[in-house]
Design a protein around this ligand. Structure first.
Ligand code: FAD
Ligand code: DHB
Length: 389
């Protein structure tokens, strides 16, 4: 088999890249380790920056998103019973969009199928070979049978646990990491959201986030211990704890119900440099992870795809390598700013086990400054709606 761009990973990064390239007449094959239904069963991000929305439109897959998504002009930041609102549109002229990663990924799968785009599911033992040469190839097993695909370029879109990053030798690769001493316990429930905008809440008992997918589907998160398991948290325990962590006017009107999904995600900041090695390019979670507090994970994957897509089109159609040669530098410049914002939001709103009385005062002072300062609110809004690319 042969293709122009071999894409490893059928998550949002890989599918979006395949769809965009297809519209420029560039052929791709996507290799995915799991099944389509497994990928769609993972409940993840919910907030899209305008950059991601524009890429979905450019890829011709925005019809359902444009119809069913919700535009949010601001968000609530709460601390105990205090609360204030950050007005995104006032500060930046730009709102964010609420549309689940699951829905977006489903739309991308449908579009790839409609275009007869090749996706090979349930691949095993994927190996990238000769990435430093002009003729890379990828080997893998499908149903126990060894296969080989020759290609011009390899896009490593295989997430944090994929093989692409590991292919880059340790002598070349530098990794930066911060692991946080807590996780997020998230639930999805078929109940109306407690408020029409998101609520990011700092409390003495830890962080909580009230989010949503639609008028009758809510997504809530609470900071939890790393040793907790989802089964440790009955729905009742979860709702009781959430109510204690959000302002009482919201707690009083919170509609509770059975959870339809419950999972725990650890929090991590991680970046690998460089994001290119020969003809291998890393995108999305394969290259970087942010803690979810700033809703930047999926959106940072989107900016990588933007830079790589333009670079590949330039290289393949115009025989000009400028875009792929500068891919790593351009993508990383934006990645590090998203890392900073996510780290800052996480530090501001969570309780850390080692925090002393002074640290707590610093957090309160920073929140008080944010509440009262227009420029600080503007800085948060600019980062939250997404820095330009
Ligand atoms: P992924 O979505 O991880 O996709 C990678 C794909 O590659 C997967 O389908 C995987 O099966 C496949 N793969 C892996 N290895 C191989 C291989 N060897 N061969 C072939 N295929 C392979 N972000 C937010 O903004 N908000 C959130 O609430 C949020 N929650 C999250 C919860 C969890 C548990 C996780 C892990 C992430 C969360 N994120 C969140 C981050 C966000 O979902 C990711 O940034 C986004 O999924 C990145 O997309 P991706 O396509 O780069 O990687
Ligand atoms: C959601 C997740 C986030 O990490 C975030 O910051 C906002 C919303 C969500 O899943 O809805």
């Amino acid at each position: 088999m042969r293709t122009q761009v071999l894409i490893i990973g059928g998550g949002p990064s890989g599918l979006l890249l395949a769809q965009l390239l297809d519209r420029k007449g560039i052929d791709t094959i996507v290799l995915e380790r799991k099944t389509r239904s497994y990928v769609l069963g993972r409940i993840r991000a919910g907030i899209l920056e305008q950059g991601m929305v524009k890429l979905m439109r450019k890829a011709g897959v925005s019809e359902r998103m444009d119809r069913e998504s919700y535009v949010h002009d601001g968000t609530v930041i709460a601390c105990g019973d205090e609360q204030f609102r950050i007005d995104f549109t006032k500060h930046t002229g730009t709102p964010v969009v609420v549309y689940g990663q699951t829905e977006l990924t489903c739309d991308l799968y449908d579009a790839r199928e409609a275009a007869d785009g090749e996706i090979i599911y349930e691949v095993e033992h994927v190996e990238i070979n000769d990435a430093k040469s002009d003729r890379p190839y990828v080997t893998f097993q499908k149903d126990g049978i060894a296969q080989r695909i020759d290609c011009d370029y390899v896009a490593g879109c295989d997430g944090f646990h994929g093989v692409s990053r590991q292919t880059i030798p340790l002598t070349v690769r530098k990794e930066y990491e911060k692991v946080y001493p807590f996780g997020w316990l998230g639930i999805l429930s078929e109940t109306p959201p407690v408020h029409h905008e998101l609520i990011y809440s700092s409390s003495e008992r830890g962080f909580a986030l009230c989010s949503m997918r639609n008028d009758n589907l809510s997504r809530y998160y609470i900071q939890c211990s790393l040793s907790d398991r989802p089964d440790d948290w009955s729905d009742q325990l979860f709702w009781d704890e959430l109510k204690r962590r959000i302002p009482s006017d919201y707690a009083d009107k919170l509609v509770t119900g059975p959870s339809i999904e419950k999972s725990i995600a650890p929090l991590r900041s991680f970046v690998t440099e460089p994001m290119r090695w020969g003809r291998l390019f890393l995108c999305g979670d394969a290259a970087h992870i942010v803690p979810p507090t700033g809703a930047k994970g999926l959106n940072t994957a989107a900016s990588d795809i933007h830079y790589l897509y333009h670079g590949l089109v330039q290289a393949i159609h115009d025989n000009n390598n400028e875009g792929i040669d500068r891919y790593s530098e351009r993508a990383l410049a934006r990645v590090w700013k998203a890392e900073r914002f996510s780290w800052w939001m996480t530090s501001l709103l969570h309780r850390f086990p080692e925090q002393n009385a002074f640290d707590l005062k610093m957090q309160s002072a920073e929140l008080a400054f944010l509440q009262s300062n227009n420029e600080a609110q503007s800085a948060l809004a600019q980062n939250y709606v997404g820095l330009p690319y």
